[in-house]
Design a protein around this ligand. Structure first.
Ligand code: DGY
Length: 328
């Protein structure tokens, strides 16, 4: 028996603790192995648990690579409830005929809300101000107390103008009267640029012209440390950097140095290289808002992401085309 032809019951692993009412829908098409404690499997444990499965429901925390696939000869489909797929070796899946699906669209608006929230929190120093107040340090109103940068009317540079980048541009232009510049592998069609009032720039120009820079691009080798010391130095003095993409896009040591040196005004990070471990240099850096990879984390959106992942699994296991396959 192999992944192309199977007999008998189908088996699915749900690698993390996910809304049980949504996961129950899988039981109509497969035997389902779930986890009760939400622990992240070691690679070895994941290999053991997936070895006899036809389908995998995963999050961004489970790494799907060639070695794992070779240990799971019956695996037909990997369905991740994330939009990002940097934790999955797509070429290895394609070589072995394993379908990969992800969860785009359903998280766009929630993630865009969070991107703007992180920008506001960073530029207006909300994190530091709250800690200051809670620590009992507030003794008087002062002219320059946590005086940050304005967001409204400023220039926002968006790096990565996919669905989420565009949703952020809409909020920036129509909600905050901002001027939007963007950098993307592929330039947007003219009517979309016009609708979003967004102008394309090469990366160095975008960095030089923007008061605030927001990263919303997919992660891969080409995006690794796209923002390092050289790029940070190009940014305007006092500018804000926000990263809701993946931690690997930013050289964290260079970012911490730029904040310490006072060149960068502020930063907001929702994602980290090697998360959930956070680089101690970041923890010690000033004017930096840190959140634990929660940009898509509203209850309705997390439910919609899980539902789409289940719908994709059901479709593939029943021999139907997936709703949202990973392409390209
Ligand atoms: C995604 O969907 O890729 C997010 O980063 C997970 O929250």
């Amino acid at each position: 028996m192999n992944r192309l032809s199977h007999e008998g019951p189908l088996r699915v692993l749900v690698a993390r603790a996910v809304f049980p009412d949504i996961i129950d829908q899988l039981r109509a098409v497969a035997e389902v192995e779930t986890t009760l404690d939400d622990a992240i499997c070691t690679p070895e444990a994941l290999r053991q648990r997936l070895a006899d499965k036809h389908g995998a429901f995963v999050t961004g925390s489970e790494r799907i690579d060639a070695a794992l696939l070779d240990a799971c000869p019956e695996l037909m489909v990997v369905s991740t409830m994330t939009v990002g797929v940097d934790h999955i070796d797509l070429a290895a899946c394609a070589e072995r005929g394993v379908t990969v699906t992800h969860a785009p669209d359903v998280l766009t608006e929630t993630t865009a809300d969070f991107g703007v929230a992180l920008l506001l929190a960073a530029a207006r120093q909300i994190g530091d101000a709250e800690r200051f107040l809670r620590a009992g340090q507030w003794s008087k109103w002062s002219v320059d107390l946590f005086a940050g940068a304005d967001v409204h009317g400023a220039t926002l540079g968006i790096v990565g103008m996919g669905r989420i980048g565009q949703a952020i541009a809409r909020r920036a232009v129509f909600g905050f009267n901002m001027r939007v510049l963007y950098h993307n592998r592929k330039r947007l069609a003219a009517p979309i640029e016009e609708e979003l009032r967004a102008s394309h720039r090469d990366l160095p120009t975008l960095l030089r012209e923007s008061h605030h820079v927001l990263l919303a691009l997919p992660y891969g080798p080409a995006a690794h440390h796209l923002i390092g010391a050289e790029q940070l130095a190009l940014m305007r003095p006092g500018a804000t950097l926000v990263n809701i993409a993946r931690g690997g896009v930013v050289d964290e040591a260079a970012l911490a140095q730029s904040l310490h040196g006072g060149h960068l005004g502020a930063a907001g990070l929702d994602v980290f290289e090697g998360e959930p471990r956070v680089n101690p240099l970041l923890l010690a850096a000033p004017r930096l808002v840190l959140t634990p990879h929660i940009a898509s984390s509203s209850i309705p959106t997390r439910r919609a992401m899980a539902q789409l992942a289940v719908d994709n699994l059901v479709a593939v296991l029943q021999g139907q085309p997936p709703l949202t396959p990973v392409t390209g």
